[in-house]
Design a binder for this molecule. Structure first.
Ligand SMILES: Nc1ncnc2c1ncn2[C@@H]1O[C@H](COP(=O)(O)OP(=O)(O)OP(=O)(O)O)[C@@H](O)[C@H]1O
Length: 250
């Protein structure tokens, strides 16, 4: 049986009096490629914060690889690329190599020196995302799409089994969005599970294996084709407002 990387049971979460997540039952299994959609304020970022252990559920339980999240210490198992990653300050004085190295120092501790093996690993990971020609370029000089690849490399360098990406294609042009999804498919083929938050339902239903629709409660978790064929009324009910779904032709 495929192992669950993340298992949420009856998870509730509140910010003060504001209910953000209501009775979530959710699993991410090895090899999954899940697209997470839902309206603004629907709780997507909150769900990610819970999986990363940044917030604790108000009630309910979360297990990572079968262990309660509070006891799970292997932080490198889950890699995260945030929404803000591709709006990097142009003047930030770090090379691609240094930014990716940060992914290892976060795991090893800032005082630990990188070994020769670590240095090889950094280069291999930059090559994996197709950016080896830019290894010693300043991160601020790269395009938004290129920076996004470097932040993925930073998350990948410590060998995560699950990669969470929050709105990774915002500001990336259509051609590069396709290349970006090619990269995600390659990573998924190599056994990395993916949880991708996006507002672009059309692109996501084309690429992900499963769709999860969250608006406080989990309204849908299933096949992208089934999600695409939901009626406008049904989708609007999930979103809590009228929704015009633009599907992409491929
Ligand atoms: N730090 C916070 N303090 C109080 N309320 C918060 C906080 N963060 C989020 N919320 C509220 O929790 C709810 C869920 O927010 P969340 O950011 O998880 O939604 P989201 O689905 O990621 O939204 P978006 O698609 O706009 O990024 C919203 O009502 C939001 O206003």
């Amino acid at each position: 049986m495929t192992k669950a990387i993340v298992n949420m049971e009856h998870v509730h979460f509140r910010y003060g009096h504001r209910k953000a997540l209501d009775d979530i039952q959710f699993q991410i299994k090895e090899g999954d490629f899940i697209g997470l959609v839902g309206p603004n304020g629907g709780g997507k970022t909150t769900l990610i914060k819970l999986i990363l252990g940044i917030e604790k559920p108000t009630s309910g339980s979360i297990e990572i690889f079968g262990q309660p999240i509070e006891k799970f210490k292997q932080k490198n198992v889950i890699g995260y690329v945030s929404q803000k990653a591709n709006s990097f300050n142009k003047g930030f004085p770090a090379t691609v190599y240094e930014v990716v190295a940060m992914g290892l120092t976060a795991k090893l501790g800032i005082m630990k020196r990188l070994t020769r093996q670590d240095k090889v690993k950094i280069k291999e990971t930059v090559a994996k995302v197709g950016m080896l020609d830019y290894l010693y370029d300043n991160i601020g000089d790269l395009s938004g799409g290129q920076q996004q690849r470097i932040f993925i490399a930073r998350a990948l360098v410590s060998d995560p089994q699950l990669l969470i990406l929050d709105e990774p294609t915002v500001g990336v042009d259509a051609e590069n969005v396709e290349k970006f999804f090619d990269l995600l498919h390659e990573l998924n083929q190599q056994g990395i599970s993916l949880l991708l938050v996006t507002h672009d339902i059309g692109t996501m239903t084309h690429h992900a294996q499963q769709v999860v629709c969250l608006n406080k409660t989990l309204h849908f978790h299933g096949n992208p084709n089934t999600f695409s064929s939901l009626s406008k009324e049904q989708l609007s009910e999930y979103y809590g407002h009228p929704l015009n779904l633009v599907t992409h032709q491929h």
